[in-house]
Design a protein around this ligand. Structure first.
Ligand SMILES: NC(=O)c1ccc[n+]([C@@H]2O[C@H](COP(=O)([O-])OP(=O)(O)OC[C@H]3O[C@@H](n4cnc5c(N)ncnc54)[C@H](O)[C@@H]3O)[C@@H](O)[C@H]2O)c1
Length: 366
């Protein structure tokens, strides 16, 4: 593996793994996996949208390297993250006589990664797992850190595990087939990384917004690597979300999740909810005297340059408030708010007055 593609190394209780990003990496996936000691056959899990070209190209790349590869294709989208589909994959693996040392490779977005990882964690009590993320959310977030899960009808991600992959290999070129809206919402998570932990990365976003929206190879690869490195660093420090570091990644998520869930995941894409949520929480931080108004303006300007929403016009404050009360991060009845002290430095506050939250929500829905 060439060092130039290495974004970060994740360290965890069971060892460490490389996180790499580069342009056209899927075509060279076979050699990379050989270097990582993979022996076939391998089991690729992908979805219907991603199969052509990425799932198929991954399969061919493995076969060129002498690694036999079978492919299981799931229907795209969140409804596929179920026990039912996991069961179908187990049965497929049994039918192919899959053995413990043989790897599962997720080629796709976060849904494929979470489901394939769940299967890898549980089939034969664990088989080697590789992440080949193709969506922005999967590259800068879902593929790194080992959270794998399926949904229950009652809630998302209710059953899962921490199961670390053996490598994360992101082909940044894949981003060029995402729709404009998907691209924008994906960049929201990476912008968030800059806001909470890397002020220089925010500068890069401000300088190269247009090139990033056009997925220009060099700058997009650099930004994806830096964003992956931030996630890798956070999960290395706080593998199981017990130390209060990983929670910083939830910047903008308290309001964002509430917007998503109170509209039954129909109106806002995840990154769009986060964008509005970051705007709201920046305003609150400014009113609490934590940041100057100029940082609120920077939020607004950068989010708008990436065509991201900064308001949730027409929504009911009561609905948002109710959804916020169900947030997983609520402790002793109070929301825990991730807030900036400056660009690149975030903290958790649990003492935000309700009147301020209310006032901010009213402004967001205006
Ligand atoms: N494990 C974690 O730590 C973690 C973190 C964040 C999100 N998640 C999970 O990730 C999921 C969301 O991820 P997502 O946004 O990638 O969703 P997704 O996997 O549903 O992908 C979104 C859509 O984009 C398509 N797609 C993927 N790559 C593409 C490409 N290169 N070109 C064109 N289309 C492409 C997919 O087929 C799908 O239709 C959720 O289930 C969420 O719970 C997990």
């Amino acid at each position: 593996m060439t060092d130039t593609d290495l974004a970060a190394t994740v360290h965890h209780s069971g060892g460490s793994y490389p996180v790499v990003a580069g342009w056209g990496l899927i075509d060279r996936l076979g050699e990379r996996l050989l270097e990582l000691g993979v022996k076939g056959p391998a089991y690729i899990i992908t979805d219907d949208n991603v199969m052509r070209p990425y799932g198929r190209n991954a399969q061919w790349a493995l076969q060129r390297a002498g690694i036999a590869a079978h492919v299981f294709i799931i229907p795209p989208g969140e409804p596929s993250k179920t026990f039912g589909l996991a069961q179908s994959i187990y049965e497929w693996l049994v039918g192919l006589k899959a053995e413990r040392g043989q790897p599962i490779i997720a080629v796709g977005g976060g849904v494929v990664g979470d489901l394939a990882g769940f299967v890898a964690a549980t089939f034969l009590r664990g088989v080697p797992f590789f992440q080949v993320p193709t969506s922005m959310a999967a590259m800068v977030d879902a593929s790194i850190g080992g959270k794998v899960a399926v949904n229950l009808p009652q809630a998302k991600n209710l059953v899962g595990a921490f199961y670390q992959p053996q490598a994360v290999i992101a082909d940044v070129q894949a981003l060029s087939t995402l729709g404009k809206r998907e691209l924008s919402e994906g960049w929201a998570e990476a912008i968030k990384h800059g806001l909470i932990l890397d002020a220089d990365l925010l500068d890069v976003f401000e300088e190269h917004a247009e090139a990033l929206m056009n997925v220009e190879p060099e700058i997009s690869t650099e930004v994806i690597r830096r964003s992956m490195a931030i996630k890798a660093d956070v999960v290395s420090q706080d593998e199981r979300e017990t130390l209060g570091i990983r929670i910083l990644l939830n910047y903008g998520h308290t309001i964002g999740h509430a917007l998503e869930s109170s509209t039954e995941y129909g109106r806002f894409m995840h990154g769009e909810g986060v964008s509005i949520g970051m705007m709201g929480v920046a305003r609150m931080a400014s009113r609490l005297g934590m940041i100057p108004e100029s940082i609120v303006d920077r939020h607004r300007e950068i989010l708008q340059r990436f065509n991201l929403p900064i308001k949730a016009s027409g929504m009911s404050v009561d609905q948002i408030r109710y959804a916020m009360s169900l947030d997983k991060k609520v402790q002793s009845g109070a929301n825990r708010w991730v807030m900036l002290e400056e660009v690149g430095r975030a903290v958790v506050r649990q003492d935000v007055p309700w009147e301020l939250v209310d006032e901010t929500l009213h402004e967001l829905v205006d």
